[in-house]
Design a protein around this ligand. Structure first.
Ligand SMILES: [Zn+2]
Length: 196
């Protein structure tokens, strides 16, 4: 049996990751599975910032993903917001590849303080193809590889949780920045796991 492949799209906010993922998902043969995050959305669709949309299952749990892959003979699997999955995603994807499933994962490269976010970095070690996307710095217009956050219009300098949900009461706006304009904070994200 031929093996599957793993492709990863990664970059900062506004770099077009979801848009690329949706394009690939639309072009892929059935049976295909499209997964988006449970965090920050309550809708069973995946959206890109350039107004593309595709139906998707909301999930962040690698055990549930493994069960779904057992339940049907999926050939192509697409995962958006891959940084929100638990570390089990690495094993599930590698086992799927050995069974001939192709995976495409999109996820943010770093958190809003410039640190490693979730397990995408480790997953990249297993990828056949990693596509680094970039955006433009909100402050100077140069190439942006980092993301930052405004809370009630003020730049978040590193005193908050990595993830702040939209319904938390504050106005949250994400931006992309170059290296010079990134926010920095000592990493605590290596142990970061979302319990959901
Ligand atoms: Zn800049």
């Amino acid at each position: 049996m031929s093996k599957g492949i793993l492709r990863i799209y990664t970059g900062p906010m506004f770099s077009g990751k979801s848009s690329k993922l949706i394009d690939d998902a639309e072009a892929a043969k059935e049976p295909k599975l499209i997964v988006t995050s449970k965090i920050g959305t309550k809708e069973n669709h995946l959206y890109s910032r350039d107004d593309k949309t595709i139906p998707a299952i909301r999930m962040n749990d690698s055990k549930l993903l493994a069960e779904l892959l057992e339940s049907k003979d999926y050939k192509n699997v697409f995962i958006d917001e891959g940084q929100f999955f638990d570390r089990g995603i690495i094993k599930v994807i590698n086992e799927g590849i050995s069974k001939g499933i192709n995976f495409t994962v999109a996820g943010i490269r770093r958190d809003v303080y410039g640190n490693v976010f979730g397990h995408l970095k480790e997953l990249k070690d297993y990828a056949d193809e990693v596509i680094f996307l970039s955006s433009l710095c909100n402050f100077c217009g140069k190439k942006a590889n980092y993301s930052a956050r405004l809370i009630n219009g003020v730049l978040d300098q590193g005193d908050n949780d990595i993830v702040i949900l939209k319904d938390a009461g504050a106005e949250i706006e994400y931006i992309a920045t170059c290296r010079e304009h990134k926010t920095t904070k000592q990493s605590t994200t290596e142990e970061f796991e979302l319990n959901n």
